[in-house]
Design a protein around this ligand. Sequence first.
Ligand code: GLN
Length: 276
Amino acid sequence: MNDLINSSLEKLKEKNIPNAEIDLRVLLNYSNYSKNEIILSNFDLDQININLFNEVLNRRLSKEPISKIINKKNFWKDEFYVNEFVLDPRPETEGIIEESTKLIKNKHYSIKILDIGTGSGALAISLAREFINAKIMAIDISEEAIKVANANINNKKLNNQIKLKHTTIDNINEKFDLIVSNPPYLTKKELENTPYEIKNYEPLIALDGGEDGLYFYRDFSKKINNIMNVNSYLIFEIGEGQFRDCIDIFRLSKLNFHKKAQDLQKKDRILIYSKL
Ligand code: GLN
């Protein structure tokens, strides 16, 4: 195997970076001049921009996540542009899309959807893919996140279907058939203990759910009923261990608990409410 490959793998492993081979392959391809995909066993030094490679390898060695280095993250059926101003879309959040498609069987319905705290736009865009006649509003309180979501919506030519707004739930005066959200829900303590890669490279504003992590659920529970149509659903993500608290909080909302869904580790991660 090539010297550069060997030495890079060694450095990555020294820093305890999991999946060193996979990361190295991604970084080599990020620095790839040629049209041919690089695999570690057929690598030729002429294929890459060595300065660029050294720069991105060093970033990875200082624990920056691959997604933030290459500015890409896959979610559901798409690849999204991401940067330090948005939370990387995560696999557990795909459960929101899955549950939406189970609840609303006709993909051609012209439903109105709201995504609260859209971040990269991953949920809004994935829902636009599934419900091709839906009209979607995606909101966020972070101006920088709105720019990222806008870039993704433009890339995917979904401007007619998704309207972005830099605002909060308080300024929404319409009603929707489906509301989705992955709000910030980490407790103060969880935030302190969150891994370095998240703490340093993901935006605090997308993670911080206040002292007990439940700030946004309390806020939604007071306001959401007014912006839901009859026969509509609310689907949102919760943190580990927040199921009971969320059930208590949403008792005030006048919505009906419909079901919960679990992630691959069998943890309760998604709650569904309906307005009858
Ligand atoms: N699941 C995320 C994490 O643990 C938190 C996402 C959120 O607060 N919405 O980093």
